[in-house]
Every structure is written in C-alpha cells, then in structure tokens.
Design a protein around this ligand. Structure first.
Ligand code: SIN
Length: 483
C-alpha cells in the first residue's frame, strides 16, 4: 500500500493511503497496489451535483478578489507540497520524478494564472445605435461545470480546467482517470485547505466512468463539460451533451507532425524532437507522432537522433536518472508493439529500440524507425509511446500536404532557419498550436487546443476564462429621452 512504498510519511500521503473503497490504484511500473479509493456511483454523483448546484450561487456571489485570494492560497499549498505531489504522480502514473516535479509547477501555474484573470473578467459598454438607449454586456459564470480528466497529467489537466472555472465563479466536479485518482484527491484536499468549499470543488473517482459520464451529460444542472481524452470518447460525449445543449470544451487526440527542413539547425532539431517526442514516454496529446525529414538532411538527422535516443535511460520513475518510465498499462504496451511490428513488416528500418524493454512488462524501448510511409498504421494512429517514426520528403509543399493529411489538428512542429519559411509554413499548417524551432510549447499563458477532430475550445491564457463564462447583453431603454 501507499505508505509502505515511500519513505515520505506526510499527512497528505497518509490520508490518501487511509482511504478505503472499491477503486484499486496500482503502480504502472510493477503493478503493486498503492491504495483502495472510494468509488462513486451514479446516484452518489447526482447527489453531489445537487449539493453543488445549491452552493454555487454563494461562490459566484463572492467578489472576484476573494475568489482570487482563495485560488492564490491553493496555488501556494500546491507548491508547498510539491515534493509529495510529485511522488504521488510518479507512483500512480509512472513518469520520472523530475517530470512529475515539472508537472506540479505546471499545475500550480494554471491556478496562479486564473487567480489573476479572475479580477479581469470585464464586460463592456457599447456605443448605442439610438439616443435613448445604453447598451452593455456583463460576463457571468456558466454554473456548475464538470471535468473528465486523463491519467497522463493527473494534476495539470485538472487545474487547467478547475482554475478558470473557480475563477469565473463556477463550481467544478471532476472525474479523474481511474488510474490516477490519488493526485486528484490530493489536489482536492489542498483546495479545501485553501478555503475553496467542498461543495464548490469535488473529485469523484469511480470504477464506472461511462455511468458518471452519462450523469454529467444528461444532468441539466451541469452547464458545462470539459473533457481531455481520446477523440472517440469525445465524440460520444458531444452526442450526449446535445440532449441538454451543454457548453463543451474538448481536448482530444492528435497526430503531431515534426518537420525538419534541409536548412534546420540539426542539433536544435534533435533536441526539439527529444523534448516533443519522449516527454512522459511519448504519452502526451501534443507529443510528436511522426517526423517528416527533408532529403538533404535526412541521413544525418536520423543518425543524430538515433545516437541521442540510444542514451535515454529506461526505468522506474522513482529511480535516479530515468528518462523514460513505464507505459500506463498492458493495453498501451501492446498497442505500441503492434504499430512497430506492422511498420517493420511493411519495410520500416529500426535504428534503435524496436521492441519491449527488459526493465519489465510495462516498459518499451525508445525507438527510432526510418522508411515509414503513409500507408502504415503508425503514420496515422496516435502512438502514445516512445517511438519516433521518420518519413522523408522532397519539397516544402509535400511536407505541408503530408502534415495536413489527417483528421487531427492539435500540435505541429517544424525546424528551419529560413525566416520567410517560418511564416509561410506556420500559416499553412492546419493545427491549433505550432512550435517553430520549439519542441516544448505548453505554458499556462498561451491558448492550448486543437482544430478539426482534435477538439473544441482553448485552455489556459486569457481565453481560458471565456470557456466558463457567458456574455449577457443588457439594453437600457428610456434614457436621455427627456431632460
Ligand atoms: C495532454 O497531453 O493532454 C497535455 C499536454 C500538455 O499540456 O502539454
């Protein structure tokens, strides 16, 4: 159990370990049991929603300054408990401890950012079209909001939604991923310590995600659903949310291209590829999924990337020096292996890796493949593993065509030293986010989100607050008609 797997005996960890219930939480590195967490059923979640619906007007009625102060207190508590939170993330999600610490800081940054944005939810006064009217708009919270969050960023994907929701004056109920409820419960504990009421921010782990998703979609009191996960599940949720015409934010799958032009700085491109491909063992929505490399630089780039990848250390996230942790579960390992096996059978060449790793059943060797072609599944499927498939191209037009030939449009990357090409290609890429000579684009201050089947809406940045607010237009008549 949790307390015996770690030397830290903090109040936070002990309270999580003491929780008893039907949801088993296991360490993906070795399958050991970490905790049994209370699992909510549909009826219990309906009760929680009713309580939140009754409570949220009081929260939205607080001044923006008071909500901002509570959010700042939450941000401070997250940072004060950074070591413990990072250990929890590594235990239940597997990522290397350094990356988990990075995630804690990333998670806190959304809370801090939206604590500040809470005070800038301005309306407007519109110059009227007739003399005796005054027109204005105000912004109001949408109401009780629900979030369904993934296991790959078990803290940050919650705060990226809860930060703006709470700042706007909404209440938020979160169903965390079944694999990673402990991080979510730790965040909830700290939020309540910071003075955010229990009926305003709630975490409801479950063993029945479909039933809880149904409750979120069909309950009229839930006015907004924010989901991060697969496009397949996102489409189902969209259909269900239509029955109550709910506001939605969807952060869905990707198939990120990483283009290296002949004129790229090769060392910078290799480091960019490492950052964007191998973060969290390749298990992020914005991870590079396929590399497109121009003829003139192809062989040198493949050799340099393979050299760099062969130095990545695979192991448990809590082992010093680990670069690549486990894949979240056996289905994930099998999927990665099947994609590589098919690509190799169809003519792809393995430069490093190419199979499961001896560290254990959950580990896949960091892999570089060349001679990958668009007819291979690996070119079109979100890999979610540490595999870099490389295809070659001859012209800029061909690279853009290959990059855009996908239903997805989340993140794209390209490397070039030609300033004119930077603008030209950036404008042509049909993606919500583009990294130009940059493999790590995520930050709380910029809008995160995709186009096409990669999603709806933007998270983070000043636009993130809009997702949880409605504009109300007010027409004041009978003004100025008489003196
Ligand atoms: C994700 O994988 O969904 C989020 C990645 C990020 O925020 O960088």
């Amino acid at each position: 159990m949790l307390e015996s797997t770690t030397s830290a005996k903090s109040v936070l960890m002990q309270s999580l370990a003491a929780s008893k219930g039907g949801l088993e939480v296991r360490n993906p590195a070795d399958g050991t049991l970490l905790a049994n967490v209370k699992a909510y059923d549909a009826v219990e979640v309906e009760t929680v929603i009713a309580q939140m619906h009754a409570a949220w007007p009081a929260w939205s009625g607080l001044s923006a300054k008071v909500r901002s102060t509570r959010l700042k207190a939450w941000n401070n508590l997250i940072l004060d408990h950074a070591d413990e939170l990072a250990q929890i993330v590594t235990l239940e999600c597997g990522k290397p401890l350094g990356e988990s610490m990075g995630e804690v800081v990333y998670a806190a940054s959304f809370v801090e950012w939206f604590a500040e944005e809470a005070r800038r939810a301005y309306g407007e006064v519109i110059p009227a079209h007739v003399a005796d009217k005054r027109l204005l708009t105000i912004r109001q919270p949408v109401g009780v909001s629900a979030a369904i969050t993934p296991w790959n960023f078990p803290l940050a994907m919650i705060t990226r939604k809860a930060g703006p929701a709470l700042a706007a004056g909404c209440a938020m109920i979160v169903k965390p991923a079944e694999a990673t409820p402990l991080s979510a419960l730790a965040l909830e504990y700290l939020a309540h310590q910071a003075g955010i009421p229990a009926d305003i921010f709630r975490v409801v782990p479950t063993t029945d995600p479909a039933a809880i998703g149904d409750v979120f979609c069909r309950t009229p009191e839930i006015r907004k659903l924010s989901f991060t996960g697969s496009t397949r599940i996102g489409k189902l949720l969209l259909e269900k949310c239509a029955t109550t015409v709910k506001r939605v934010s969807m952060e869905l799958g990707g198939n990120a291209p990483f283009i290296v032009f002949d004129d790229a700085d090769i060392d910078a491109a290799v480091e960019g590829a490492i950052a964007s491909k191998f973060r969290n063992a390749g298990q992020t929505c914005v991870c590079t999924n396929r590399l497109l490399v121009q003829d003139g630089i192809h062989d040198a780039f493949v050799a340099a990337l393979a050299r760099r990848v062969s130095g990545l250390k695979v192991g448990r996230g809590d082992e010093a020096g680990t670069d690549i942790g486990p894949i979240i579960n056996q289905a994930g390992v099998a999927k990665v292996d099947a994609l590589v096996t098919q690509a190799v059978a169809m003519g792809a060449e393995v430069h490093v890796g190419g199979g499961r790793h001896p560290a254990g059943a959950a580990f896949y060797a960091p892999t570089v493949l060349s001679k990958v072609t668009p007819d291979m599944d690996i070119f079109r499927t979100e890999i979610f593993g540490p595999v870099a498939p490389i295809s070659r191209f001859a012209t800029e037009d061909e690279a853009v065509r290959l990059a855009n030939d996908t239903p997805y449009g989340l993140a794209a990357y390209f490397f070039t030293t030609d300033a004119i090409r930077m603008w030209r290609v950036m404008e042509k890429l049909e993606y919500g986010m583009v990294g130009v000579n940059d493999g790590l684009i995520s930050t709380e201050i910029a809008p995160f989100g995709g186009v096409k089947e990669s999603g709806i809406g933007r998270e983070g940045s000043r636009h993130g607050l809009d997702e949880y607010m409605e504009w109300k237009y007010v027409s004041l008549g009978g003004i100025g008609a008489k003196s």
